[in-house]
Design a protein around this ligand. Structure first.
Ligand code: SF4
Length: 219
């Protein structure tokens, strides 16, 4: 039985921390520094932003999994590399998940708005690789100020942020020796990669990232 068949929206009621889980699947990570790594993806539902190019579901019938059940699902897959994505994974109690099943290698992709959670993950829990994909929010200068040096890599969706934010991200990458990836925005017309190609050619400290999974037609 697939994991999703066992859990329905709003069930079960539980004293434990719970997670809104949109999908669980195994696939290859094609984006960023871990490109090529076979991984277990846990895609959570829900985000505090509404980016127009977002490719994650906005209207969920996502099952609600209590912590112990999600741990069982992870342990049942026997896949060491776990990617917590979304939606925005820091809105879920992922710190509890990582502490409950510490034998796995965790990676998250975050929009960086939940700065306290990111501090806690990096400073206290430690066993988590953080991909920071900044978004053009109103208070980004203040909100993002202290996390540039905490994260493991930066990913910019090309054309989605201002030149100022892009420059700050590139400067932080240089200062903290954090790899920075520039990724084409994927739309219904496909990925507009040519401009990103030119940008990376002109800015070789940046690396090109591509959602190869969409070209291959896999998750
Ligand atoms: S931050 Fe990411 S998950 Fe949230 S709306 Fe934007 S693209 Fe979607």
């Amino acid at each position: 039985m697939d994991w999703k068949d066992k859990y329905k929206k709003d069930e079960p009621k539980s004293e434990e921390s719970t997670f809104l889980v949109d999908d669980i699947f195994e696939s290859i990570q094609f984006e960023g520094s871990r490109c090529g790594t076979y991984s277990l993806f846990i895609r959570f539902f829900g985000c505090n932003l509404k980016c127009p190019f977002c490719d994650t579901p906005q209207d969920s019938q996502s099952p609600v999994l209590p912590l112990s059940e999600l741990v069982k699902v992870i342990e049942g897959r026997k896949q060491k590399n776990i990617i917590l994505t979304g939606g925005e994974p820091t809105l879920q109690p992922i710190d509890e998940l990582i502490l409950a099943a510490p034998e796995f290698n965790y990676a998250i992709e975050t929009n960086g708005t939940q700065t306290e959670k990111i501090f806690y993950l990096k400073e206290e829990i430690k066993n988590v690789w953080v991909t920071f994909s900044p978004k053009q929010i109103n208070d980004w200068q203040k909100r993002y100020l202290d996390i540039w040096n905490l994260v493991d890599e930066i990913k910019i969706i090309y054309g989605s942020v201002s030149n100022e934010l892009l420059k700050i991200a590139m400067s932080a990458s240089e200062t903290y020796e954090t790899p920075i990836y520039i990724q084409p925005m994927y739309t219904e017309q496909g990925a507009q990669w040519e401009e990103v190609y030119k940008f990376v050619a002109a800015n070789p400290s940046c690396k090109f990232s591509y959602q190869t999974q969409k070209v291959l037609g896999i998750k």
